[in-house]
Design a protein around this ligand. Structure first.
Ligand SMILES: *Cc1c(COP(=O)(O)O)cnc(C)c1O
Length: 361
C-alpha cells in the first residue's frame, strides 16, 4: 500500500478502503464456494445471500417499511429517466419536474420523448443552475413531482426536500443517496446510480413504494417494467452481480464502521465546513453555487483564470490529489467528497489549496 491517492472523482468514485480490502480477500474463494463472486451463478445460494443482504441493509439504514421494494436495475440512472415516466405517468394527469441542472434536463427530455404531459414547475436555468428554486407550485393533480436531490455537475443540493401533500415525490438521488437521513414517506420512488456513493458502476438502485406499481401499464416490454424486477427480486435476467456484492459491502461499512446515516451526515457536514469555510475566506477561490444551495457532495469552484485552473489541477495530481477537474460541460474545478472520501482527504486538499494560493495568488 501507500500508492493510493486522495480521490475526488465524481463517478465512478472512491470506495471505502476496507471494502476494497474485503473484495481482495474474498476474490478467489467466495465464502468457501471455491469460486470468485464473479463466477458464481446468480441462481445460487451464495448470490441469493448477497442480494438479500444488500436489500435488508438498505431497508434498515433508510427505515423502509414493507411497503417499499428495493430493486437493482441496469442501465444506470439514465435508464430511469425513461422508466419513471413509462411506469408512473397517469393518463390525463401532468407529471411535474423541477429543473436544477444537466441531469434534471435529461430526465425532462426523456419524459417528453415519450410524449408525456410534462410540466416544468420551476427551474434555476436563469442563473446557470447555481441555486435550488424556492418558489414553485405543485399541480394538485400531478402524477408525481420529480427532482434531483443533488446536482453533481453544478454543485447544488436540496437542503430540505420539496413539501408535497398527496403528490408522490420521485427523486434522482444518484449523487447524495445514503449521505444523510431523510424521511422516505413522501416518496413514491427514489433512484440512485451506484457509482457515486454506494458502489461501483453497473447498477442503479431503485426504491419504489408498492402502491406505485399499480400504475405500470401492462403493455410495456418486460425489462422496462418495475413489476418485472419487483416480482423477481431483481433477477428476471442476470443482474449486475459484482456491483450488488460491492454495494452490500459498502452498506455494511456504512452501518457497522461509520455507524449509520446520522453519523455519516455529521462527517459530511464536517467535511463541508472545512472546504467551504476555506473557500469563503479566500479571494482566490470562488464557489460557483449560491451559499444556501451548496452541495456537501460536489464542491464546485473557480480560480481567477483558466490557466491557473489548469495549473492547479496538474499540480494537485502531482500531489496525489485526483479528479479535481470540473465536468467537461462547465469547466472549472470540482472536488467530489462522497461518503468514502474522508475528512483527512478534505483537509489535505484545503492545505494544498492554501499553499497553491500562497504561491500563485
Ligand atoms: C451520474 C448521474 C447520473 C447519470 O448516471 P448514469 O448511471 O451514468 O446513467 C444521473 N443523475 C445524477 C444526479 C448523476 O449524478
Amino acid at each position: 500500500m501507500g500508492k493510493r491517492i486522495h480521490n475526488f472523482n465524481a463517478g465512478p468514485a472512491a470506495l471505502p478502503l476496507p471494502v476494497l480490502e474485503k473484495i481482495r480477500e474474498e476474490l478467489l474463494d467466495f465464502k468457501g464456494s471455491g469460486m470468485s463472486i464473479l463466477e458464481v451463478s446468480h441462481r445460487s445460494k451464495w448470490f441469493d445471500d448477497v442480494i438479500n443482504d444488500a436489500v435488508e441493509r438498505t431497508k434498515r439504514i433508510l427505515n423502509l417499511g414493507d411497503d417499499f421494494h428495493v430493486l437493482f436495475i441496469q442501465g444506470g440512472a439514465s435508464m430511469q429517466f425513461c422508466m419513471v415516466p413509462m411506469n408512473l405517468c397517469i393518463e390525463g394527469k401532468p407529471a411535474d419536474y423541477i429543473n436544477t441542472g444537466t441531469w434534471a434536463t435529461k430526465a425532462i427530455k426523456e419524459a417528453k420523448v415519450l410524449k408525456k404531459d410534462v410540466r416544468v414547475i420551476a427551474s434555476s436555468e436563469d442563473k446557470n443552475f447555481s441555486y435550488i428554486p424556492k418558489d414553485y407550485k405543485i399541480s394538485a393533480d400531478s402524477a408525481y413531482l420529480h427532482f434531483t436531490s443533488n446536482n453533481t455537475i453544478k454543485g447544488t443540493q436540496w437542503r430540505e426536500l420539496p413539501q408535497v401533500k398527496d403528490v408522490p415525490l420521485v427523486s434522482d438521488m444518484s449523487s447524495d443517496f445514503m449521505s444523510r437521513p431523510f424521511d422516505v414517506r413522501p416518496f413514491g420512488l427514489i433512484y440512485a446510480g451506484a457509482q457515486k456513493n454506494i458502489g461501483p458502476a453497473g447498477t442503479c438502485m431503485v426504491i419504489v413504494r408498492k402502491d406505485m406499481l399499480k400504475r405500470t401499464p401492462g403493455d410495456l416490454p418486460a425489462m422496462l417494467k418495475y413489476t418485472t424486477f419487483a416480482d423477481n427480486n431483481s433477477m428476471y435476467n442476470t443482474p449486475s452481480c459484482f456491483s450488488i456484492y460491492v454495494i452490500a459491502l459498502v452498506l455494511k461499512w456504512l452501518e457497522e464502521t461509520i455507524g449509520g446515516l446520522e453519523k455519516m451526515a455529521q462527517i459530511n457536514r464536517q467535511k463541508g465546513d472545512v472546504i467551504y469555510g476555506f473557500i469563503d475566506k479566500s479571494d482566490f477561490y470562488k464557489g460557483t453555487a449560491e451559499k444556501d444551495s451548496r452541495s456537501l457532495m460536489n464542491v464546485t469552484f473557480r480560480l481567477p483564470t483558466e490557466d491557473l485552473e489548469k495549473k492547479f489541477i496538474a499540480e494537485a495530481t502531482d500531489n496525489r490529489l485526483g479528479g479535481l477537474k470540473g465536468h467537461r460541460s462547465v469547466g472549472g474545478c470540482r472536488a467530489s467528497i462522497y461518503n468514502a472520501t474522508g475528512l483527512d482527504a478534505v483537509k489535505t486538499l484545503t492545505e494544498f489549496m492554501a499553499e497553491f494560493e500562497r504561491k500563485a495568488g
